[in-house]
Design a protein around this ligand. Structure first.
Ligand SMILES: *[C@@H]1O[C@H](CO)[C@@H](O)[C@H](O)[C@H]1NC(C)=O
Ligand SMILES: *[C@@H]1O[C@H](CO)[C@@H](O)[C@H](O)[C@H]1NC(C)=O
Length: 731
């Protein structure tokens, strides 16, 4: 995910800074004021087209009054204790901070302002109609070169400044950090000269802010970033035109160029031909229509509702959904209705993308540091741009906006950041038919309809599509799709027959002078499971081969399931093994089914690539949360970010791995499950100039949670029930 940084940037830039970077428009000295933000009618980079509300789908809203959309967030009010901070609350916060001694200094930046969620026990007790719990915010700020974490009580205007000196690392970059970093090299005459020597016009330059990782003492005392540049001449896909080997080290606080490393002077900039991926850039005669128009029709409207902006109710599911600048989307209080009792039963208190880790496999000067952590360094939600109706999400989708803050605390709206839609892909929920040998004519089948919550983060070049898919049988599928553009490396080669040893390429030659560098992607999910209550246990149900005794059976061997309840954290540090397999259950030991099984959910692994870097390789120390695919920790409100709170340039002393080493008791306790989806990516030519989506997913699946098949009684589809619709333009 080389491109991630870039992508992030790009995304950022695209939404904000492309204009700046590429046209040299001045950076906004101040973000727009809140009213400007609300309607995004100004030309502010904070309100670029990507941040505008997408035009609604006119028919959908008329036909489906249930999930209504708000146009304006200025009057949003919190309704639920987990609702994100509103524009009004964010403005209130700014005024509280403005009068606080810490912010009297002229140079400060607010790196994040998020709701400080009330204590879990209070949220669990809270019911609709109860007074809202006190509203608090966690503010991460940098003031005069120091990082601070504050709790601000909105009601009392009280501010608590927390101790943070024990943390290495820095807060998530602000958009302003990224923008100024990419502009900084231009203040340097050597940089300009190099660019011109490489044959690139300075007006064609596109630069990306690339997080530096952490590689020892020389990099520990200041906040640094590496900037690499591309030529955007002749293509929108500048990522395919790297100015290879040129790396500018920039101090993020002073905006000064620290060092320029220029090692690729002999490497040509790859040509722009065939790199543009935009529909508008394709020759009309080359466009291929492979299928007729297709759409899902819901003449009675969708079957889900979204109450008070964030509470999603669909079929037998109910959950709270909110956008988050760091995590992207957060699903909380997920409950499923029991078909026998009608009761809504707790499944998960909170789930989200906690961290990503994307190490590139090239140890050379311009590449070794590319080991991105997209959530903690760039903000996975900050990089999630507006979704494209009809293409990112189907016609029947509902869109939810994010409200984020600029570095000075000004709120702004990221519209259409998350979509929610019902999906019918022609799949089967369950079925059975009888063969004529039984004399019975039975054909029973039920359609599978699911509810999808989707967001897509464009972290510079790379795009991550994250889906939370809820099924009526109680299963939750969490899927990550990778698309977007590779981060590529320039080379002198234009054919592999010139290359003495292909393995020394660090990747695959994708096009003339373009190498797709091998890399991994790890996406670590925080899953606070609460199966029918908070006190749960983690059970490793190990599948063991049993040998029969001589004479016992014609069989020599069979498989047994051995249940091992994890007592402490180390019992639940799981590396997946194909020839020593297990199921991984989270159960409620004090809640049993009619026949006595503990109720539970299991995590069903998928996307099982494991990191193979040395454990003491600096990137792997920071990414140590990928040392196992599964971990279980006792619930602790301060342990939510798998790579640590301050990930940027962190040294890896505050990761999930270090927490888990404490080996705390986890049996029959409130526990958090962590699962990492992993991908190894050896690029191939089909990934050029933009990658077809590659997906992997894992499931949270009920095990003995229901008394029997929970969708036994759903009806089959009948011809008369289904709409036959005319194409919209023929009506
Ligand atoms: C480098 O080029 C940019 C763009 O032309 C210009 O604005 C800047 O002043 C130049 N920097 C120096 C030090 O000459
Ligand atoms: C909760 O997490 C923080 C941060 O890791 C740690 O300092 C604290 O000791 C933890 N509390 C418990 C009870 O484990």
């Amino acid at each position: 995910m080389e491109a991630r940084n870039l992508l992030r940037f790009l995304a950022l830039f695209l939404s904000i800074a492309l204009v700046l970077i590429f046209t040299w428009v001045h950076l906004p000295s101040t973000p727009p004021n809140p009213t400007e933000l609300l309607d995004c009618t100004t030309n502010s980079p904070w309100c670029t087209s990507k941040n505008r509300f997408q035009p609604k789908q006119p028919n959908l809203l008329k036909k489906s009054p249930k999930p209504t959309r708000r146009h304006n967030h200025a009057s949003d009010k919190p309704h639920h204790p987990l609702d994100p901070l509103t524009i009004q609350e964010l403005n209130e916060l700014r005024s509280i901070l403005a009068s606080h001694a810490l912010f009297k200094s002229s140079s400060y930046a607010l790196h994040s302002i998020e709701l400080e969620e009330p204590e879990k026990s209070l949220v669990l007790k809270w019911k609709k109609g109860d007074p809202l719990l006190p509203r608090k915010a966690t503010v991460v700020a940098r003031v005069d070169g120091k990082s601070h974490v504050l709790t601000v009580h909105l009601g009392t205007r009280e501010v608590t400044v927390h101790e943070t000196s024990s943390h290495s690392g820095y807060p998530t970059m602000t958009i302003e950090d990224m923008t100024t970093a990419t502009l900084a090299p231009l203040a340097n005459a050597d940089f300009n000269r190099t660019i011109i020597q490489r044959g690139v016009d300075l007006t064609d330059l596109a630069c990306l802010p690339i997080s530096t990782g952490w590689y020892g003492e020389s990099e520990e005392t200041r906040r640094l970033i590496k900037v690499q540049c591309y030529s955007r001449k002749g293509t929108a896909n500048f990522y395919m035109r790297p100015i290879e080997g040129l790396t500018v080290l920039v101090d993020l606080d002073t905006k000064q160029v620290v060092e320029i490393s220029d090692k690729g002077k002999n490497i040509p900039i790859p040509k722009s031909a065939n790199t543009d991926y935009r529909y508008s850039a394709q020759e009309l005669h080359q466009v291929i229509n492979l299928f007729n128009p297709i759409s899902i029709e819901q003449p009675k409207g969708p079957s889900f509702t979204i109450e008070d902006e964030h509470l999603v109710k669909w079929a037998n599911w109910e959950f709270h959904l909110k956008p988050d600048a760091r995590a992207g989307a957060i699903v909380s209080r997920a409950k499923v209705r029991d078909p026998d009792t009608g009761e809504l039963r707790n499944v998960m208190y909170k789930g989200f993308t906690s961290e990503l880790f994307v190490p590139y496999m090239d140890p050379t000067d311009a590449w070794y540091f590319k080991t991105y952590m997209d959530a903690g360094e760039y903000g996975f939600g900050l990089q999630a741009m507006a979704l494209d109706p009809l293409n990112d999400c189907p016609r029947n989708a509902y869109y939810m906006d994010g409200v984020f803050v600029a570095a000075d605390g000004t709120p702004y709206v990221r519209s259409n950041m998350i979509c929610v839609f019902e999906k019918y892909a022609g799949d089967i929920g369950w079925r059975h038919s009888e063969s004529p040998i039984t004399g019975m004519e039975i054909r029973e089948a039920r359609p599978k309809v699911t509810l999808v919550v989707r967001m897509a983060a464009s972290v510079a070049n790379y795009d991550y599509i994250v889906d939370w898919e809820f099924q009526t049988d109680g299963l939750i599928r969490i899927k990550v799709g990778l698309s977007g553009i590779l981060m590529v490396k320039g080379t002198t080669y234009d054919n592999i027959n010139q290359i003495p040893n292909q393995e020394n390429l660090y990747g695959t030659l994708l096009s003339e002078n373009v190498i797709g560098v091998i890399h991994d992607h790890y996406i670590t999910f925080y899953l606070d499971m609460d199966i029918d209550g908070s006190d749960n246990s983690f059970v490793n149900v190990n599948i063991k081969k049993q040998q029969t005794s001589p004479g016992e059976s014609p069989r020599r061997s069979y498989l047994k399931a051995i249940r091992n309840v994890a007592k402490t954290e180390k019992d639940a540090q799981i590396k997946l093994k194909l020839y020593d397999p297990s199921e991984f259950h989270v159960i409620n030991p004090s809640k049993k089914t009619r026949v006595g099984n503990p109720v539970g959910y299991k995590v069903v692994p998928g996307g099982t690539a494991a990191s193979m870097l040395d454990l003491d390789d600096p990137p792997q120390k920071r990414g140590a949360f990928t040392n196992n695919q599964i971990w279980v920790t006792p619930y602790n409100q301060s342990e939510q970010w798998a790579g640590g709170l301050f990930v940027y340039q962190s040294q890896g002393e505050d990761t999930l791995a270090t927490w888990s080493e404490r080996d705390r008791p986890i049996e029959n306790k409130d526990i958090v499950l962590w699962y990492t989806l992993g991908f190894h990516h050896i690029p191939c030519q089909e990934d050029f100039p933009i990658m077809p989506t590659v997906s992997s997913s894992f499931d949270l699946k009920p095990v003995n949670f229901f008394e029997s098949n929970p969708i036994l009684r759903i009806p089959p589809n009948l011809e008369k029930d289904l709409p036959v619709c005319e194409p919209a333009d023929s009506v």
